[in-house]
Design a binder for this molecule. Sequence first.
Ligand SMILES: [Zn+2]
Length: 249
Amino acid sequence: MNTNNNQPATAVLLYHRMGWPKLGSLVAGQYVVPGLFKSQLNYLTTQEWSATLLADAVAQCKSGKPETRNQYCVTFDDGYLSVYEHACPALVDCGARATIYVVASCVGGINDWDRKAGDQEERMMTAAQVRELADNGFEIGSHTLTHPRLTEIDDDQLQRELIDSKHRLEDIIGKPVESFSYPYGDYDGRVLQAAIAAGYTNAVGTRLGVMVSSTALFEIPRINVRWNAIAPLLERKITRAMKASGFNR
Ligand SMILES: [Zn+2]
């Protein structure tokens, strides 16, 4: 059996919102309380996982000189204000940074796509907050303009979602936006090719797995961290992700 046992892994963690779930939320499992988030960072450090930025892990993959240690990257989808308020300061305290995938048309507003589906309202980061994070070493990626299912829209709309969001975010932060996150982890060959053509250099999905030197850079797997992921559960989840990527430990 072909296994990845001898190489280090990069666990790309996916978070959404910080705080206690709002009453009536359709995605209550997506809230992580700040105390749990901090304990997860501490736990990973004690297990000798080192924090790195996804952009740096991608660069290591491309250089053909991957890290020699296990490492983890923190990513946030959507760009919620609660992430700016609670998660980003906790990361800075640990000397770590993260990649934040922002829904470009919702900056300074609310989660319109969730509201349309009947979910509770959440405030999103403002343009000034997104810029401040980018200036402080956080990576800003695109999570489209309006958070559609990309496999269900036509080519023109797909281009707008990929290209206009990239340009809008680049105007906010004054630097290139290179990473993309597929809403709902929904993509196919057409979407993937369009993301490449739009000028991104990598993209993340929601398939469970870890990143290794042979990972396809437009299909980077992630580990979805939910409200209940106390240390033993987080560890089990990472082990499952490693098995899914061919590790046999
Ligand atoms: Zn999303």
